[in-house]
Every structure is written in structure tokens, then in C-alpha cells.
Design a protein around this ligand. Structure first.
Ligand code: SF4
Length: 311
């Protein structure tokens, strides 16, 4: 809840207020690539989920604010248990991460007791804790292909990312049917029309898009990989949430960038405003706390991924 005073402040005044609070409280601010531009501007680092969590490990700030969604703040807490971690907006959660419940995973594990459980980092902490290894949208193929040959593999929670990982690795995967509503809504027909309209553009898509779209893309990648790809190419169709397109269009006005769809808006990612950041930081609200046992087991799943992929 905002005070009426904060409601009346301009973006410039709010920005100054956040920057001065940040300094006074020695707070590190992390913003996801999908956040609004004015929120990205007050952040110490703008990146993807794991980049943010790992960056927090390299600093000595006792207080961290994550501008994004809850599970990302939980990942920061897992890797930085000694720090106080705040979430920018108390109800910013990921529908994909919460679409499937832990009971369904436990049942699946009973049916396949020897299986490796690969869990996308965009999952709740209890799901991560029940998995044997984590993966990101950028390393899913590598993680799956490096698992012991002959092992059954369960992939949670995103069916599109799991399908992409299976395709890249050539392994068969037992899939959950969770999906990201923002990416899954895009159809092959829409993308084919876009390719006809922009024949000289490269198509870069996030692997939360449907497999048939990934198959016709020039590059299937995480948000951070999409940023690097845009640095190297002058004409790109940006196939992910609109916040990344806006970041890239502002950064590279000389490039010809096209959003895959103006409809790719993640309502939860866009909940965070500068006013919310100022209020949350001033009152140190929305602190992330995690059950100790879940935190230890979820962290182990992340650490196995770090060991397997070497980063
Ligand atoms: Fe979740 Fe999709 Fe939004 Fe990312 S874009 S936070 S996966 S709903």
C-alpha cells in the first residue's frame, strides 16, 4: 500500500528518493530484464534470475531488493542466506511456477523412483527442493545431456522448456504440463506472419515458447543470451516478454528491433513501480523467509547444476 504522498511524486522525485534510501541502507537493488525501464534505471544489476542471485553473492550489501517475482527473490535468499532479501511487490508471483503443486511431483517420483528430476529455476522453492538438479532457459539442453545415460528424466514445471531441452539433448523426458501463459499464447501462425513481414530479421525466441516456434527460430535463448544476440545483429524479432524488447529498443535506437507480440506482457513482472520500490525499501517490507530444510535442499539442486555446467 502506498502513501498518498508517494502517489503524488514524479518519477524523477521517486528515483531520487530510491537512490538516496539505497545509499543510506547500503542496499543492493537487482532488477529482472522484464522490469519497467524506470525500475531498471535504479538497479545495480539488470539480468536474468540466476545472474541476479549470483551477483548478490559477490557484494557485501547486507540488504538486497529484488525487483521481479517472488521465486527470484527466494533464489537470491537461498544463495545469500545471511542477507535480508526484500521483494519489490508483495503479490508479484509467477503463474508458471505455481501452476503445478508439490503433491503431483511426489506422485510422479513414486512412479519413477530412479528418475532424475530436472527443475527449471522458475519454480517454487518446494519444487526445487524435491528435484535432483536445476536448469535455466539458457542451459537446459546442456544439463539434460550431461545426466547419466539411461536414467529416466522428469522435467518440471514448463512443458515447452522441457521439450526444447529434450530436442537439443536428444534425450527422452517425462514432462509436466505447466506453461508460461505469456509465452505459450503465441501461435506458429502469428510467428510465420511476422517472418513474412520481416524477412531480413533474425528471429530470437525464449524456449518458454511452443516447440514448433522454437524449431523455426534462428536462435533459442535466455533473456541474457537474447541481449548478446541483439548486440551482434541489427535486425531482430524479440521473442519474449515486452519488457526485454523495451530495454533493447531504448539501448539500441539505431537497430531495427520488432517485438514478437505486444501482447507478451507479464502482469506480475509489471506490478513493480518506482513508488512500490520506494515504499518497500523505506519500510523494509516483503522480506523473504524460507523454511531451513527446503532452503538447504533447493540450494543443493542449484549447486549440482553449477558443478555440472561449470558456472
Ligand atoms: Fe512467469 Fe512467464 Fe511471467 Fe516469466 S513471463 S514470470 S515465466 S508468467
Amino acid at each position: 500500500m502506498l502513501t498518498s504522498n508517494q502517489d503524488r511524486l514524479s518519477n524523477t522525485e521517486l528515483k531520487q528518493s530510491v537512490l538516496s534510501l539505497k545509499k543510506k541502507k547500503n542496499c543492493l537493488i537487482l532488477a529482472h530484464n522484464y522490469q519497467a525501464l524506470e525500475v531498471q534505471e535504479i538497479a545495480d544489476l539488470v539480468g536474468d534470475s540466476l545472474e541476479m542471485a549470483k551477483y548478490a553473492c559477490t557484494t557485501d550489501h547486507p540488504l538486497v531488493m529484488l525487483c521481479g517475482i517472488r521465486l527470484m527473490a527466494e533464489t537470491v535468499k537461498m544463495l545469500n542466506p545471511e542477507k535480508k532479501v526484500l521483494l519489490s511487490h508483495e503479490t508479484a508471483r509467477c503463474p508458471l511456477a505455481e501452476m503445478k503443486k508439490i503433491d503431483e511431483l511426489l506422485e510422479l517420483k513414486e512412479r519413477y523412483p530412479q528418475a532424475e528430476v530436472v527443475c527449471y529455476v522458475n519454480a517454487t522453492s518446494d519444487l526445487k527442493a524435491e528435484s535432483t538438479i536445476s536448469c535455466t532457459s539458457g542451459n537446459v539442453g546442456e544439463v539434460i545431456s550431461k545426466l547419466p545415460a539411461g536414467k529416466e528424466i522428469i522435467f518440471i514445471p514448463d512443458r515447452n522448456l522441457g521439450s526444447w531441452g529434450a530436442m537439443v539433448s536428444g534425450r527422452s523426458v517425462i514432462m509436466w504440463d505447466g506453461y508460461c501463459p505469456v509465452h505459450d499464447q503465441i501461435t506458429l501462425g502469428q510467428v510465420k506472419d511476422l517472418k513474412m513481414k520481416y524477412p531480413r530479421h533474425k528471429l530470437a525466441v525464449h524456449p518458454e515458447c511452443k516447440p514448433e516456434i522454437c524449431k523455426i527460430a534462428d536462435y533459442v535463448c535466455s533473456t541474457s543470451q537474447m541481449i548478446s544476440y541483439t548486440q551482434e545483429n541489427d535486425r531482430v524479432i524479440i521473442g519474449t516478454e515486452i519488457g526485454l524488447y523495451r530495454q533493447l529498443a531504448a539501448k539500441y535506437p539505431e537497430k531495427d528491433l520488432v517485438p514478437m507480440s505486444e501482447q507478451m506482457i507479464c502482469a506480475n513482472m509489471q506490478k513493480t513501480t518506482l513508488a512500490e520500490v520506494a515504499k518497500t525499501l523505506a519500510d523494509e517490507e516483503n522480506e523473504i523467509t524460507l523454511d531451513q530444510d527446503i532452503m538447504i535442499r533447493a540450494k543443493a539442486s542449484l549447486e549440482r547444476m553449477f558443478r555440472l555446467t561449470g558456472n
